[in-house]
Design a protein around this ligand. Structure first.
Ligand code: ADE
Length: 249
C-alpha cells in the first residue's frame, strides 16, 4: 500500500515511522509512505501556508492553493477513487472498522489539518473523507494521521507477520481481549489461572472467550450490542448481568 501524507511538519513523523513494525513493513515493501511538505508548494517568497480568515475572527486558516497544488502533484490527474482523508475533529470517528475498510485501498492520501482550520474549498475540491480520532482537539492532524496509519497498516497482509492476527485483536472480534500471562508462573503471590496451565486447548479457548465476555461486560458493555455470541455465551452474559445487579443493592 502506498500512503502519501501532506503536512506542514514532516519531521513529526520520523520516530513513529522509523521504528518497529511500521519500519519493517516499509523495508519489506509492504508499505510505501511518502511525506510531502505543503510549504514546498507555496509560491511566494516567504512560503506562506496560512492566512487570516475572511470575515475576521482569530486564528489562521490553511491556504487552499498550496494544498491543491500538492494534491494534484501527488495524485496526478487520474484519482482512481484514492481516498483523500482530511484529519479534523469534525470528521467521522475513526475505529477498527474504518481501519480495515481503508486498508483495502492500494493508495491513501492524508491531509494533516492545522491551525484554526482549512479553506473550505479544499473540502469542496479534493477531500473525500474527514476523519477524527476522538472527541478532543489536538494541535494538528499529524498525530491523528500516525494513529490511523498504524491502525490501517496492521490490516495489510504480512505486516504483522502472523497472517490474520489483526482479526484476533480487541475490537476486531467485537469483544475486548482476554488477560494474558507469560513466565514466571508466580509473581508476588499472583499465579496463572489454572485453565491456562491445563494444556487442554478447548478448555483454554473456553476460558479466554469467557474472560473476553466478562471484560467487555465490565468495561465496554456497549460493544455487546453487536458482538456475535452463542446461546451459551448469552447465558454467561445474563449471569454476569444478574451478579452485577445483585451487587448494586
Ligand atoms: N485535529 C485536531 N484534533 C483532531 C482529532 N481529534 N482528530 C483528528 N484530527 C484532529
Amino acid at each position: 500500500m502506498r500512503i502519501d501524507i501532506l503536512t506542514l511538519f514532516p519531521q513529526m513523523f520520523s520516530g513513529p515511522l522509523t521504528e518497529s513494525i511500521l519500519k519493517r513493513a516499509q523495508t519489506n515493501g509492504l508499505l510505501d509512505i511518502r511525506l510531502h511538505d505543503i510549504r514546498d508548494y507555496t509560491t511566494d517568497r516567504h512560503h506562506t501556508a496560512d492566512d487570516s480568515p475572511y470575515g475576521g475572527g482569530g486564528g489562521m486558516i490553511m491556504k487552499a492553493e498550496p494544498i491543491l497544488a500538492a494534491v494534484e502533484d501527488v495524485l496526478g490527474a487520474v484519482r482512481d477513487g484514492i481516498p483523500v482523508i482530511l484529519t479534523t475533529p469534525q470528521g467521522a470517528v475513526f475505529n477498527q472498522r474504518w481501519a480495515k475498510e481503508l486498508s483495502r485501498h492500494e493508495r491513501l492520501l492524508f491531509l494533516c489539518g492545522r491551525y484554526e482550520g482549512i479553506d473550505e474549498r479544499v473540502r469542496d475540491l479534493v477531500v473525500t473523507h474527514e476523519m477524527s480520532i476522538g472527541d478532543y482537539v489536538l494541535t494538528g492532524g499529524e498525530l491523528p494521521t500516525l494513529v490511523m496509519v498504524d491502525a490501517i497498516a496492521r490490516h495489510i497482509p504480512g505486516v504483522l507477520g502472523e497472517e490474520g492476527a489483526a482479526d484476533k485483536d480487541s475490537h476486531a472480534t467485537g469483544l475486548l481481549e482476554y488477560p494474558q500471562y507469560t513466565r514466571p508462573p508466580t509473581i508476588r503471590g499472583l499465579s496463572i489461572p489454572a485453565a491456562l496451565l491445563s494444556g487442554n486447548h478447548k478448555e483454554i479457548e473456553r476460558w479466554r472467550r469467557a474472560e473476553s465476555i466478562k471484560r467487555t461486560w465490565l468495561r465496554r458493555p456497549d460493544l455487546l450490542l453487536t458482538a456475535d455470541l452463542s446461546e451459551k455465551e448469552k447465558w454467561l452474559l445474563a449471569t454476569l448481568a444478574l451478579e452485577w445487579l445483585n451487587a448494586r443493592q
